[in-house]
Design a protein around this ligand. Structure first.
Ligand code: ASP
Length: 319
């Protein structure tokens, strides 16, 4: 079987007037709207929702649907998805993906019935890439506006324009154009994790920092049941003194804390006393991962439960 398309919703599946966009197109509708038909693609629907409404259980269900498509013999899988949370889903699928065959996520910035709808071109490119041998072994990829990015490090970088995604500091893995697919670089990936079938993704909260921030939100998150925290620190990994103290207290209480940055590009490094105090107090620096991707990585590590999972997953986070 050549390819499977799994639709989840998002703008690519939406129609209607601005202000009333509604995800309603299904996988078969998306295939029918392609400028040139792609024969033999199996259509599967798992949801028709905007991605901000997806819950952790939906993402694990999507992983199961991808797994089932591959078990059924698909050569590759394309997933259509809302752009807002796409980078989180892509990383989750990638952390669990244990197969040479590619999984390619795509979506759209303009609704299916809008002037200049970008969904059909993105879907065509995603199907092209998923069928191409150059995508094999690259894990989960995100295709937008003619370029592909590895799941790890991809970010939505614009709210509206069609080139909505980038991988700051890493760059695209592939280019997809009328003359075919070109490989730019092969992404490094840690070994896939295998979560037990009953696993759930535990609560992990992201806490932002800003001038004058204190530790109240970190402690409140733990009180609300967070099993792990991600701090979106300033600069290369610095936090106001009260936040630094709270990180050390939370870690001492057994809750792991990943340190990321609120800056869009570049890694975190303990260069200053604040960063050194964070690390000395057990904060784990998460390279150039965005807080949202670090959150997903920590949730998977906690769900996995093995003592080395977090360190292993953090490897290769500092491109
Ligand atoms: N704006 C979003 C999209 O591009 C809506 C969503 O994330 O579902 O699909």
């Amino acid at each position: 079987m050549p390819l499977t398309l799994i639709a989840t919703g998002g703008t690519i599946s939406s129609t209607g007037r601005p202000g009333q966009l509604d995800a309603q197109l299904r996988a078969a509708d998306l295939l029918a709207a392609l400028p040139s038909p792609v024969p033999g693609v199996r259509a599967v629907d798992v949801s028709t929702v905007v991605s901000s409404a997806l819950r952790p259980a939906d993402l694990l269900g999507l992983h199961e649907a991808v797994r089932a498509a591959l078990d059924d013999g698909a050569d590759g899988v394309v997933v259509t998805h809302g752009t807002d949370a796409l980078e989180e889903t892509a990383l989750l699928l990638d952390l669990l993906h244990d197969d040479e065959r590619p999984v390619v996520l795509t979506g759209a910035q303009r609704a299916a019935d809008a002037a200049g709808a970008d969904g059909p071109a993105n879907l065509t490119a995603a199907l092209t890439l998923a069928a191409d041998p150059l995508a094999r072994g690259c894990g989960v990829l995100v295709v937008f506006d003619g370029e592909a990015y590895a799941a790890r490090g991809v970010r939505k970088v614009h709210t509206l324009r069609s080139a909505a995604f980038a991988a700051p500091g890493r760059g695209p893995t592939h280019r997809i154009a009328a003359d075919g697919v070109t490989l730019r670089h092969r992404p490094g990936r840690p070994a896939a994790r295998h979560l037990p079938p009953w696993a759930d993704l535990p609560r992990v909260d992201v806490v932002a920092t800003h001038l004058g921030a204190d530790g109240a939100l970190l402690h409140a998150a733990v009180a609300a049941g967070a099993r792990g925290l991600v701090v979106a620190a300033m600069g290369a990994g610095n936090t106001p003194p009260a936040v630094t103290r709270a990180v050390r207290e939370v870690v001492a209480g057994g809750v792991p804390v990943l340190v990321c940055t609120r800056v869009p590009e570049g890694p975190v490094l303990p260069l200053y006393a604040s960063g050194t105090a964070l690390r000395g107090g057990g904060g784990l620096f998460a390279g150039d991962l965005s807080p949202w991707q670090a959150r997903m990585l920590l949730a998977v590590a906690l769900a996995d439960g093995s003592p080395d999972a977090l360190q292993e997953l953090l490897q290769d986070s500092t491109s």
